[in-house]
Design a protein around this ligand. Sequence first.
Ligand code: SAM
Length: 458
Amino acid sequence: MFIDHDYIEKILEEAKNVSKEEIQGVIDKAKKREGLNHKEVAILLQIEDKNQMDQIFKLAGEIKESIYGKRIVMFAPLYVSNHCVNNCVYCGYKRDNKFPRRKLTQEEVATEVKILESMGHKRIALEVGEDPINVPIDYILECIDTIYKTQNDNGEIRRINVNIAATTTENYRKLKNANIGTYILFQETYHKPTYEKMHPKSIKGDYDYHLHSFDRAMEAGIDDVGGGVLFGLADPKFEVLALMLHNEHLEEKFKVGFHTISVPRLKKAEGMSLEDFPNILDDETFKKVVAIIRIAVPFTGIILSTRENKEIRRELLRYGVSQISAGSVTGVGGYKEKEEGRSVNQFETSDERSPLEVLKELVSDGYIPSYCTACYRKGRTGERFMVLAKTGEIQNVCEPNALMSLVEYALDYGDEEIKKQVDELIESIKDDFQKQNVRKMVESRIERLKNGERDLYV
Ligand code: SAM
């Protein structure tokens, strides 16, 4: 068993007695950008010294910049059903919450997709509650098919990441055949007693089955899996160490660890009160967690949602976050309902800006917001992606692709302000592209985009 509670607690305890010099040794090792093992991560988790913590923040920023460059991947969630047989204490969709449940018809799915496309989105995370009778795998597959087929002028969803409950190898195989991007599943908490308390009398309450979901998904051929913890349920140090052990387990068994790690923090939802959760993370601890994850697994994307407000999102982009959502709604049929009135949300969000507003801030902060989905569509997934990432080769395709996807966005969904920002951005990175020998290629493709062609990835 790769998660052993006594072992995790022992490692964390031992790390408390480590000298400042040993901590410095781990920080120096992290500077090589090759990642850290779980024992080293345990040491960083125990840092109290401000100076050493500042070094971690700085290093996390440098590592992120050197591996991801300036690009930030954009996505939005799409909720298609809130039927749920589980009773997760923290969740607004728990079965004890009485409200009219619904699942979207395929026509309604298409309506939501068109709204998302008209905001410029190309990548979505498909979200549902768990209900094998009302929402069987065939319904999910039908939704995936509808989403990929629904176009809106130049708009199309090019990558669907799927965040559905733990399921069987056979169902994972079906998802693989439906061409999903990443299969995302949050462990919620790795701490078994807390897990069982949070998921009373339900299918989701089976800790071991949930924990081994990625084993089944990868056995079924899914290359990219995205893990995560719902921070606020249990001790964050325990959770981060367990995440690292889970990652090591996948690396050993499948030669590739998490493609992404999500860092959701518990938010207010219907039928729960934040006061009942003693492990809520303050902002400082949260920042520390993100920075440590960044230097521990430099090649794993870190995803931050609109659960967080714009100030924290802006700061965490500097410490390691590489992927963010924008314009999100967490209710079923919510994109249409948002235009019309109230929808039942799974939890509260804190960054209500439109994607266009988020993009403008990103560009003015020096980032390249990216709608690129090329890797997965060109077969650069799983171990293949990691090899390219670790050798740095991926850089030569990522930045041009990100820029081209941004140009595409500005042409189809932008206003004059962002078009001007994008022109200035192109001017400012010309020399970098010259050095990478890709300037001519990028310039000619931007011309082709301006002439109406689309989807021009390297
Ligand atoms: N039902 C699926 C499952 O069991 O994994 C899909 C997950 S749900 C649509 C997405 C995630 O929202 C959950 O995994 C959980 O971590 C998160 N979530 C639930 N309640 C939340 C809350 N009150 N605040 C923040 N995130 C929450």
